[in-house]
Design a protein around this ligand. Structure first.
Ligand SMILES: [Zn+2]
Length: 249
């Protein structure tokens, strides 16, 4: 009996068609990524789709082999085979995306390590006081004034060229302290893993770069104000960013 199942491990044509179809989707999601100038959100959606489409045949094949080896009914039943492999693909694909997409996001923004000695010294001193490892400071090559931070295995603070252009030294420091507030709060990798698991979708991870929760922002703001012993610089930095947004409209 077992030999009978094992002998049937090579894939039948319907399974091969399904795998081929998945690979066509993989190609179809990849081409627009290279060809068109898409929004970050669409890029993330395509990358996610691409990863899923590439994984699906692999998972389908593995499930097929496992079902065959175990002589389980899912081997002969296409629907139960799909019912097993599709959720597995989604889970594995999501986990992979959580690691891959932030990397792509960084490449997309053409970051480079910030060489500014003053800023680096400031971050180093503050990190020492906060007892956290100094995050890497990156410049992002865009005229849009933006700042964000993220923490995976190593944390990083991203400051755009536009932001460094329009803000004065103390205002830049206020923004950095705000980001350090985020990093300090997420300082334990466990907490950030839990927050990733909570949403369990790469889209929410992307969203975290831009829109941290209101409470989180309030915390980071008050952190910066406390460290600078004045809200003056943070306020003027925010005013400048708002002005820039208004001028864009
Ligand atoms: Zn923030």
């Amino acid at each position: 009996m077992i030999i009978g199942c094992l002998a049937g491990i090579p894939l039948e044509s319907d399974k091969l068609i399904l795998m081929g179809f998945s690979l066509i989707i993989a190609v179809a999601t990849f081409i627009p990524l290279k060809k068109f100038n898409l929004s970050t959100k669409s890029k993330v959606a395509l990358i996610y789709g691409h990863i899923i489409a590439i994984l699906f045949p692999i998972v389908l094949f593995t499930t097929n082999v496992l079902c065959g080896t175990g002589c389980m009914p899912c081997y002969n039943n296409m629907y139960s085979l799909i019912a097993l492999s599709l959720p597995t693909t989604l889970i594995i694909g999501t986990v992979i995306s959580l690691f891959v997409i932030p990397g792509i996001y960084i490449v997309y923004y053409k970051k480079s390590v910030l060489e500014n000695i003053q800023i680096n010294k400031f971050v180093e001193n503050q990190s020492k006081r906060l007892k956290i490892t100094k995050p890497e400071i990156y410049t992002v090559n865009t005229a849009n004034p933006l700042a964000f931070s993220f923490r995976s295995f190593k944390s990083g603070i991203f400051l755009s060229a536009g932001l460094l252009d329009i803000l004065k030294k103390r205002e830049v420091e206020a923004v950095i302290l705000h980001e350090l507030g985020h990093i300090k709060r997420k300082a334990s990798l466990l907490t950030s893993s839990i927050s990733i698991l909570k949403f369990f979708t790469p889209f929410s991870l992307l969203a975290r770069f831009h829109y941290d929760s209101y409470k989180e922002e309030k915390y980071a703001d008050s952190f910066a104000i406390r460290k600078q012993k004045s809200s003056k610089w943070l306020k003027s930095a925010k005013r400048k960013l708002d002005e820039f947004e208004r001028q864009k409209l």
